[in-house]
Structures are given as structure tokens and as C-alpha cells.
Design a protein around this ligand. Sequence first.
Ligand SMILES: O=C(O)CCC(=O)C(=O)O
Ligand SMILES: [Fe+2]
Length: 218
Amino acid sequence: MFKQLKILDQNQVNEVKKIAARAQFVDGKISNPHSKVKNNLQLHDLEAYNKTSKILHDALMSNPEFTDFAFPEKIAPPLITRYQPGMQYGLHADSAIIPLPDGPIRSDISCTIFLSGPNDSKGGALHVTQGEAGMRFKGLPGTAIVYPSHTLHEVEPISEGERIVAITFIQSKVRDVMKRNLLYELNEVAALEGLNMKDENYMRMQALQYNLMRMWMD
Ligand SMILES: O=C(O)CCC(=O)C(=O)O
Ligand SMILES: [Fe+2]
């Protein structure tokens, strides 16, 4: 299941973009040297990376819509990438294991945070496939799209302008996407309708929530 979220306000978007504009970017192959499909630029400036990844990480982790949906256990520091005309990221599934300085994490959920807007580039939609169909996303600045890391996805070629996003990968407390989505739905319904229920039924539903979490959380 996909989710679109508003993560950053305009000031945060401006701040992150300002830091990125002064920073060095290099060929994205630096972190995937064997990829035949990756053709983008990524931030390669420790100070800018530390600052922007903290802003983006804190924005995600303080957003209840994100934490309720993703059940994050560990999250890779978000990394800013840029696409200029001719660039794209061909169809792929994300690596299961993301190496990080503090040890590897398992990527259950992938996340793109849009920093440029839909009209800042021609092309450059994030296309997440679902069988033979799929969905295309070009979000407003500050919005994020969260999708399961096992899905095949691509960034379509851009022909004009520039696409700037931040990407991150999340290890979820609930590894299985089906279980994660069921828990999310149950918790949402409980939060929205719980107060309308008879006390005894609410208590029984809470027991279901707690016991499923006990069974399904790593
Ligand atoms: O830029 C995006 O929206 C997604 C990039 C991507 O698929 C990746 O970095 O693995
Ligand atoms: Fe990807």
C-alpha cells in the first residue's frame, strides 16, 4: 500500500534546498557502482548531508501519520538526489539490506520526499508498478510518498528542468507488508470509532490490537 504524506512546511523545504544548492553532488553510481539503471546525482558533502538528513529524519519521525503507517524501527538518513535532463533511474527493486555506518538495516519501506515541485521538471515521475499497472507520483514540495521496497519502481527520464528529492529506507517493526497494513487499518478504525463503541467491545478490540502487535512485531 502507498501513502502520501505532508512532511515538511515551506520553510523547511527552502532550508533544505538552500543547503543542497551550496553543496557538492556526484554521480549516484558512487553508492551503487554495479547498477545499470541508476543515472542521477547525489549529495556528497558531509556537512550538508548531516544537516539535511537530520531535518528530514526528524520531520518524518515526528509525523504521526508516518509513524502510524510505517511502524519505523530504523531509518536510513535521508539523502538528497538530483535529476537533470537526460537522467533517470530505471526499473528496479530496492536492495534488501542497506549498509549504514551504525550497521545495516533491512529495507521494508522506501520513501521519496519531494523538494522540487511537479512543474519544475518535465518527466521525472516516480512510477511504482503493481503487476502490469502502476501509479505515478510527482508530489508537491514537502510531500512524501511511502511504498513497499519490494515493488519494482523507476524514476522516469526527465527532459527539462530539475527534479530534487530526498530518499530514505525504513526497517519496519512489522516486516510483512500485509500484516503492517492490517495493523495500520485496525489501529486507524480503533482511533476513529473507538469512542463510539460500548466499553466492553472497545476493550475486546484493544486486546486484538495489542495481541496482534505482540505476535507480529519483530
Ligand atoms: O527518486 C526517487 O523517487 C526514487 C529513487 C529510487 O528508486 C532509489 O533511490 O532507489
Ligand atoms: Fe529505488
